[in-house]
Design a binder for this molecule. Sequence first.
Ligand code: ZN
Length: 102
Amino acid sequence: MAEEQVFRYRPRCSHPSCNQPALFKVGAVWSDGTSRELKNYGLTCETHRQSQLERARHNRDGLRPAEGETVGPVALFVLEPGRRDTELAPAMDSGSGGKAEP
Ligand SMILES: [Zn+2]
């Protein structure tokens, strides 16, 4: 039994019709000036990264930060189990990323 226990749980893509493992977290860096955290807007696999990102950006439009708070742009972060949200690295923009969705 030499199975590695790296992934304690395997998060899934938030897309309703997708059951692929999530590779990215959709989030926005929130700060109140002293502390920082990543607002979570869902998880996504490689296929849905663009649509999930756009959906999150749309949702975010309805959110207003309270006084003294700042919220950065919604972006994709590379999901790495065991890392804290604020330590996640932003995902590289693949440029065109013109993948067709089913
Ligand atoms: Zn997906």
